[in-house]
Design a protein around this ligand. Structure first.
Ligand SMILES: [Zn+2]
Length: 451
């Protein structure tokens, strides 16, 4: 056993380490702020390209330039080049606003090889390990042109830590809005596996698992207490969970209204994972802001979403990827995956026809991080126009996230989150999968145009 003196020394030295870390972070923040606050020191950059899609409408402009000072866009169009400006000529490329993915899981990559690899990846990583992987995935996502993500579910508050580290400049990644643990019912899609409760402690409110309106209200409060920007719920069952049917409601109307009212009171939006139609109707009636996945939504429910301005986040990439790996899944999961995939395409086409607001979201982490832009092509394959797909991944996703005052379009005054993709993007939407240039907050993250 340690003596009292040893314990005191140990705690004094760890307090000292903590104080040093805090001081280092504060110093780093102060350095960044002082450069940002000095307009004279802010670099002026002119980005030139053959085409520009500014996301204020569906048109492509020719021969345009974007003038950036510090972390903001000063002007878009045929801007004069101030003396001393750094000119980056991207040639035959299209300048677009930084992409926004409204559905990621940056701290995990569960399904990279097959179901069983995924199981071990998910269950066996320590929080510190998850954080290190998360930092790598975050950088990969940013280099793929995604300058903002809404991260909708993680364990151990590792996502909150990753967001804070990115904001403090100690990790490189996109702007993150994050949900911490998803809120769901015991035995439901967000609950832990049915390990014997004597061996593995069952999850509770801190882990987002709750029964009854007051417990669910508390579960929401816990996520917000420890840093959630958005609340994620499991309104219906899911595909990649073993015990639950995919389409049935998993929260009662009373639980849903407690969750939504608590989140909205704190000015947090609510994203509902939902495949089933009855579950979606309950969630929409309770006031959620988006339906994620939406496989079995009926036309009537889609019309209700349009009427109430509830976004669909389709996650076609999750459907595509899960279908690809379906043979490696346990039979009960494979059956759910096939049923959801068969329904999802028809639902998406009905949503397009009805005019439901659509925000781009992929479920990154179900597939390897960095492939997010494949979602653009998957949406256009089902009849969405390339311009509408780009708007879903920029302006519309920014509106859903509530960050549209700062990002989502290329306009004077917006944050300088800018991507260039080769050629004319409206002629080939797959160009989004190979960005040649990425700028985030005015910093050049990737530049393949200048060697
Ligand atoms: Zn997800």
């Amino acid at each position: 056993m340690k003596s009292a003196g040893q314990r005191n020394r140990a705690s004094a030295s760890s307090a000292c380490v903590a104080a040093t870390l805090v001081a280092a972070v504060l110093q780093l923040t102060a350095t960044r702020e002082s450069t940002a606050d000095t307009p004279a020191a802010a670099e002026v950059v002119v980005l030139k390209a053959a085409h520009l899609f500014d996301s204020t409408g569906t048109a492509l402009r020719e021969g345009s330039a974007v003038l950036v000072r510090g972390d903001r866009i000063v002007s878009v169009g045929t801007a004069p080049q101030p003396p001393g400006a750094r000119v980056i000529d991207l040639g035959d490329a299209t300048l677009v606003a930084g992409f926004i993915d409204a559905h990621t899981h940056l701290t995990m990559e569960s399904w990279d090889k097959d179901y069983y690899h995924g199981f071990y990846n998910r269950m066996m990583r320590f929080p510190a390990e998850q954080a290190l992987y998360g930092a790598m995935y975050a950088r990969r996502t940013l280099e793929a042109g995604f300058t903002t993500v809404r991260n909708v579910g993680a364990w151990d508050f590792v996502d909150v830590g990753l967001r804070n580290a990115i904001n403090a400049g100690v990790a490189e990644g996109p702007r993150m809005l994050t949900a911490a643990h998803g809120i769901g019912s015991p035995g439901g899609h967000f609950d832990d596996y049915s390990f014997p409760p004597e061996r593995v402690k069952p999850w509770g409110r801190i882990e987002g698992i709750c029964s009854g309106p007051e417990e669910c209200r508390e579960a929401v409060r816990y996520q917000m207490k420890w840093g959630a920007d958005v609340i994620k719920i499991a309104a219906s069952g899911g595909v990649l969970s073993e015990a639950d049917p995919v389409d049935v409601p998993q929260l009662t109307p009373e639980e849903l209204s407690a969750i939504v009212s608590e989140a909205h009171t704190w000015k947090r939006k609510v994203a509902a994972h939902c495949h089933g139609d009855a579950a979606a109707r309950l969630a929409i009636q309770a006031g959620v802001d988006s339906i994620e996945h939406g496989s079995f939504l009926s036309e009537d429910t889609l019309k209700l979403m349009k009427a109430k301005g509830v976004y669909l986040v389709p996650t076609r990439m999750a459907v595509y990827w899960v279908e690809k790996g379906v043979d490696s899944y346990p039979p009960q999961i494979a059956a759910k995956a096939r049923a959801a995939a068969a329904a999802h395409g028809r639902m998406f086409q009905a949503a397009l026809r009805i005019g439901v607001p659509i925000a781009f979201g992929t479920d990154a982490g179900v597939f390897p991080h960095g492939m997010n832009a494949m979602e653009f092509g998957l949406m256009t394959e089902l009849g969405m126009s390339p311009a509408a797909a780009l708007l879903a991944g920029t302006r519309e996703a920014a509106k859903l996230l509530g960050v549209d005052a700062d990002v989502g379009t290329l306009e004077a005054g917006k944050v300088a989150d800018i991507v260039a993709v080769p050629g004319n993007v409206l002629n080939d939407i797959h160009a989004t999968e190979h960005p040649i240039f990425v700028m985030h907050l005015g910093h050049v993250v990737l530049n393949k145009a200048e060697k």
